[in-house]
Design a protein around this ligand. Structure first.
Ligand code: GLN
Length: 203
């Protein structure tokens, strides 16, 4: 199997941590700041950070639209925290994002900062369905100003929940999580995404 090529949107946020996790999961990793850097990618990670900042930084080069187009052509996407917000089809408190393009493509409704402020950050054990390998132990999930997934569409599969709410979901070639899987040494969710992206190469 050829090595999957995964980009990390590098406008802001935990870019280096995602790159390390993806490399340890067997991907060839590059950073993306401009549409041309999306060429040839099998998958793209959109990290956490601040969705409003990322949308503003992407606007002058129309990067959000370019990501959406590449995804429509088959590129897989993994959105974490702010990244998930940018992929959500609907945001409940979207005032700060008004007038800015987002990626879309994930049939969920999210509420920004739904788990509270920076001071309310927490880590919790999560059982995630469908992870590769034989290690079935919970993944330690770090939540920082995390978005709440208020509802999901019929095509969306919930792969992990926290207190009866979905916090990791999958819809076709989109994976998304409310938390920060790049901040812990457990890279099983990144492995899962690299396999998802690789499916296109082998099929
Ligand atoms: N609350 C942030 C936003 O709205 C996301 C926080 C995060 O990515 N850790 O973009």
């Amino acid at each position: 199997m050829s090595t999957p090529r995964i980009g990390v949107l590098a406008l802001q946020g935990a870019v280096a941590e995602h790159a390390r996790a993806l490399e340890s999961a067997g991907a060839a990793v590059s950073t993306v700041r401009r549409p041309a850097e999306l060429a040839g990618l099998d998958g793209l990670v959109v990290p956490g950070g601040e969705s409003t900042t990322m949308a503003r930084l992407a606007a002058p080069v129309h990067l959000m639209e370019a990501i959406r187009e590449r995804h429509d052509e088959g590129m897989a996407m993994f959105g974490t925290c702010a990244g998930m917000i940018l992929m959500a089809d609907e945001i409940l408190d979207a005032e700060a994002l008004t007038g800015f393009e987002r990626i879309g493509g994930l049939d969920v409704v999210v509420r920004r900062n739904g788990y509270g402020s920076q001071l309310d950050s927490f880590t919790g054990p999560l059982t995630v369905a469908g992870l590769p390998g034989t290690d079935l132990s919970p993944l330690q999930a770090v939540f920082i100003r995390a978005p709440i997934i208020e509802s999901i569409g019929p095509q969306v599969e919930v792969i992990a929940s926290w207190q009866d709410r979905p916090v990791a979901v999958r819809q076709g070639r989109v994976l998304a999580a409310s938390f920060h899987p790049e901040l812990t040494p457990d890279h099983r969710l990144h492995q899962h995404f690299v396999q998802l992206a690789a499916d296109r190469i082998s099929s």
